[in-house]
Design a protein around this ligand. Structure first.
Ligand code: NAD
Length: 473
């Protein structure tokens, strides 16, 4: 099996790409060149769609038990590669080792979660005086971001398989090694040829070829809101079914009865997870006006204890930004916050002390932030946290919901019933109370500009299915 970044996985084999372009790979922690990887073109996309389309009639008629068997084999194959996936995650975007370890295991687990979702799912059931038949929607294009490569690819592939849809994976051009490892695991799992295919390439080449191809029935996309909009426009001409997992600007509401010694450290973890490069980062911290000083005191201490640096060091909490462009973007937002009149509580522009190389930024917290500022409204995708104050619970909910986005929320309170009532008023797809829980069998997705539809759980499975009603006299 080839181990270079020069092949794509199409129709059950690793093949030479048609596209001739290559992308340079840079280790974001050292800025050292790591060689290059092949990028495909529209012809590579067409070959992969053709393979998936050939697999469709047979694969969509497989039994649930057969597909569960495939999911279990995929779980084992990806699990066997978690060490390599962890290392590739560190190398390709500087994910801190604790996060990289978690995401590699999460990637394997998605196959068992999909198996457990589909095991009890009734693909046929009575409705009214008819029969409802849930059928595989067809060939799916699975387009993923760089900040959660293996997790995102495996979560989508798992549901496509559970539903009976062959797929073409188009990973981020920044993640060729992580993608290759998943493709190798897919090959080892021994699926029928064409059921899962991988083509690397740029969004405007391979991505758009998939989004406009008449034989692609479904797109499951995770990435930025801007790209999500472009994909929705492309997809409409052929009426593709569309799931969009997009950006976020998630609020963390600390209620006035919260224990600040546990709430503030947890809020910092929510904000700075994955070095702040997380769609669900809790990047707006909403605190009662009269507790601001007590919160900021704990914020200063908490941020001082964070370790920025070598992502492979287990004591590191914040690694580098993925590339130079993302480093500059974060710097621009820090300058913007200062220009808008926010106060730097800790951090600021420039590199952290002692880190002259690598795309490292200083974890930065702003106070005196109002919700109309760009730093409070726009997704920065780095370790930058805005602290906003509110006078009462209604105002907290109003500020939380005053956002284009609606992906995730966090609530801290010593009164569970009160926290749950606030959670129910938030316009977001998920709310975590007093921590950072994850529920793999529950749907995941966002309100408003955070996306369309849901992944995972029954809703995630149904996003790969069409409903047909069969009526008899
Ligand atoms: P991105 O939008 O730049 O790229 C995502 C993918 O889309 C890549 O594979 C890219 O090549 C492809 N793409 C780009 N242009 C395209 C086009 N015109 N047609 C088809 N495909 C195209 O996003 P990114 O920088 O890789 O990821 C970060 C973003 O992803 C953040 O906004 C983050 O919030 C979001 N995200 C969301 C979730 C979620 O589940 N909601 C999860 C992870 C990341």
């Amino acid at each position: 099996m080839p181990h270079t970044l020069d092949h794509f996985y199409i129709d059950g084999a690793f093949v030479e790409p048609h596209g001739r372009e290559r992308i340079e790979r840079i280790d974001p922690a050292t800025e050292i060149a790591m060689g290059s990887a092949a990028l495909g073109d529209a012809e590579d996309a067409r070959r992969a769609v053709a393979a998936a389309h050939r697999a469709l009639p047979g694969f969509s008629r497989t039994s649930t038990a057969e597909r569960i068997g495939m999911l279990e084999r995929l779980h084992d194959a990806v699990l066997a590669r978690t060490g390599e996936l962890r290392d590739a995650t560190i190398e390709e975007y500087g994910g801190p080792v604790s996060r990289a370890t978690w995401v590699s295991k999460f990637a394997a687990q998605t196959f068992l979660d999909a198996a457990s979702t589909v095991r009890d799912y009734a693909f046929e059931r009575p409705v009214g005086h008819s029969t409802l038949v849930m059928e595989a929607v067809g060939v799916a294009a699975l387009i993923t971001p760089w900040n959660s490569t293996a997790g995102s690819i495996c979560g989508k592939v798992a549901m496509a398989i559970a539903a009976g849809c062959p797929s073409v994976v188009k990973p981020s051009e920044l993640s060729p090694l992580q993608s290759l490892l998943v493709a190798q695991a897919v090959h080892e799992a021994g699926l029928p040829p064409g059921v899962v295919n991988f083509v690397n390439g740029r969004g405007d080449a391979v991505g758009s070829a998939l989004c406009t191809h008449p034989d692609v029935a479904k797109i499951s996309f995770t990435g930025s809101t801007a790209t999500g909009k472009a994909i929705a426009r492309m997809a409409i001409d052929t009426f593709k079914r569309l799931s969009l997992g997009l950006g976020g600007k998630s609020p963390t509401i600390v209620l006035d009865d919260a224990d600040l010694d546990t709430a503030v450290p947890a809020a910092l973890t929510a904000a700075f997870q994955n070095s702040g490069q997380a769609c669900i980062a809790g990047s707006r911290l909403l605190v009662p006006e009269h507790r601001l000083d007590a919160v900021l005191d704990r914020v200063r201490r908490g941020v001082a204890a964070l370790r920025v640096g070598d992502p492979s060091d287990p004591s590191t909490t914040i690694g580098p930004m993925v590339n130079a462009a993302q480093f500059e973007r974060v710097q621009r937002y820090i300058r913007r916050g200062i220009e808008e009149g926010a106060t730097v509580v800790t951090g600021g522009e420039g590199r952290p002390d002692g880190l002259p190389r690598g795309y490292f930024v200083r974890p930065t917290v702003f106070s005196q932030v109002t919700n109309d500022m760009a730093i409070a409204q726009e997704e920065i995708f780095g370790p930058v946290l805005c602290v906003l104050t509110y006078r009462d619970e209604d105002e907290a909910v109003r500020i939380a919901n005053d956002s284009l986005y609606g992906l995730h929320g966090y609530v801290f309170s010593s009164d569970l019933a009160r926290a749950q009532a606030v959670a129910r008023r938030m316009q977001v797809g998920r709310v975590a109370i007093n921590g950072m829980q994850h529920d793999p069998l529950a749907p995941f997705g966002g309100y408003k500009a955070s996306g369309w539809g849901r992944e995972y759980g029954v809703q995630g499975l149904e996003s790969f299915l069409e409903a047909k009603v069969v009526m008899t006299l």
